[in-house]
Design a protein around this ligand. Structure first.
Ligand code: SF4
Length: 435
């Protein structure tokens, strides 16, 4: 039986001026064994988990605590930190303690390269404080040390009851394995091109290491695999192979995605295709931030990928048309921007006060061409007057025209209507009435 199983036929693509808000019905998922990381389930049919990574020096306890807390507040459900030397390993238990004191419970993942076996053995409090260890089979050790050092980490993970991510990476691929496969390929009757052999080496590196970890006593329910590449088509090919050949939980991510829109587009393109095929149990968007930039952007992008594809909901969606020559005033752009930022800043409070508010869909449209139609599809939508149109703005609630706004306070009036809608639909009164 194929490792890819579709729980139901694919949802049809909804055509229109705006993206479909949330697909209804079950979406196809590649079946994997669930792995518990702290109190977060990865794989096994659980919702796709958003994770991120700090870029602070882990030895800087306060700086790392602040960034982990910011990432967790932004919605990162797992946070990875670098553990590269004794000072960093020694800091980990204090970081965990301080986070818990601040009410931040996001599980911590330790990122180990080269000397992870030694750091985990020398710092048992670090091994205990972390919820998952990430190791790279390409640099866990070399030649005769490789198996021994890999085994030491696996043993420690089993002893402490922790999960392990075995993360192969194109840039630090197991060279012995790659050379072996290249030699075999060269001797074959129909040799493949070098890229195909490298893809095979990536997949084998992850799978052979996982099999070895299982032989050493680490349960399949403690193993997550990744095989990261920086080129979109290669990434898609490698993850398809990984999913076809195993049922380990999968961490999905494009490595070295890059800065700004380039990184966002490349990650969305690669992960979007794989997620649509049901591949990926947890995702990380590896964006390079601007110097001193906001690290939490990668969390927002990961959430938006999942939400726009209909896998999860995190924040209310504001659908806005792109605007065109029919919207020559700035009212439309300003209202779309104001509503979006008002929702973002209100969400921490709304989450507590209005359970389910993340499912809200708001539409802000620029003119009569698509405005009324698209506004009707949203929970609450406004169609602003385009250039030369009568200066009125119909508001639609649950598909029906509810009001027509006029005058200079259209934006404020619409905001008030959205607030009323949220109160009525998600507030205490709504719950009481439903009971
Ligand atoms: S202003 Fe009107 S025509 Fe232009 S993109 Fe928006 S809805 Fe479409």
């Amino acid at each position: 039986m194929s490792a890819i199983e579709f729980a139901s036929p694919r949802e049809p693509v909804v055509a229109g001026c705006l993206p479909a808000p949330v697909a209804s019905g079950p979406l196809p998922r590649h079946r994997t064994v669930g792995v518990r990381v702290g109190d977060v389930m990865v794989g096994g049919g659980a919702p796709v988990v958003v994770q991120s990574m700090t870029n602070t020096d882990t030895a800087d306890i306060d700086g790392t605590v602040a960034q982990v807390a910011a990432l967790a507040r932004a919605g990162s459900e797992l946070v990875r930190i670098t553990v590269d030397r004794d000072e960093a390993a020694a800091a980990v238990p204090y970081i965990k303690e301080k986070l818990l004191a601040r009410g931040v419970t996001a599980p911590l993942v330790g990122d180990f390269h080269y000397i992870g076996h030694k750091l985990l053995a020398d710092h048992p409090a670090c091994a205990e404080a972390l919820d998952k260890y990430r190791i790279n089979p390409g640099n866990v050790g070399f030649k005769d040390k490789k198996d021994r050092q890999f085994g030491a980490i696996v043993e420690l993970a089993a002893r402490h009851g922790k999960a392990v991510r075995i993360g192969a990476n194109w840039g630090s691929l197991d060279q012995e394995l790659l050379t072996h496969l290249m030699d075999l390929n060269a001797a074959s009757a129909a040799p493949l091109d070098a890229r195909a052999v490298t893809r095979e080496a990536m997949v084998q590196s992850a799978l052979l290491s996982a099999a070895r970890a299982e032989e050493m006593g680490l349960g399949r329910d403690r193993i997550i695999l990744s095989a990261k590449v920086s080129a979109v088509q290669e990434l898609i090919a490698v993850y398809r192979m990984l999913a076809q050949r195993s049922d380990y939980a999968i961490h999905l991510g494009l490595t070295e995605a890059g800065m700004g829109s380039k990184g966002i587009v490349a990650s969305s393109a690669a992960m979007g295709i794989l997620l649509q095929e049901g591949i990926g149990d947890t995702i990380r968007v590896s964006l390079t931030p601007e110097p001193n930039g906001d690290r939490t952007v990668e969390v927002k992008v990961a959430q938006e990928i999942l939400q726009t594809m209909g896998f999860r909901t995190f924040v209310p969606l504001v659908a806005a048309c792109p605007g065109c020559g029919r919207t020559t005033s700035t009212v439309f752009q300003e209202l779309a921007r104001d509503i979006q930022s008002w929702i973002s800043t209100s969400m921490p409070e709304w989450k507590a006060t209005y359970p389910g508010v993340e499912n809200l869909n708001v539409a802000v449209m620029g003119c009569i061409v698509n405005g009324p139609g698209e506004s009707k599809h949203a929970d609450i939508g406004i169609s602003l007057p385009g250039t030369g149109e009568v200066p009125t703005a119909p508001v639609f609630i649950d598909g029906k025209k509810a009001a027509t706004l006029r005058g200079p306070a259209i934006a404020a009036d619409f905001k008030g209507m959205v607030a009323d809608y949220i109160e009525k639909r998600y507030g205490l009164g709504a719950k009481t009435a439903a009971e």
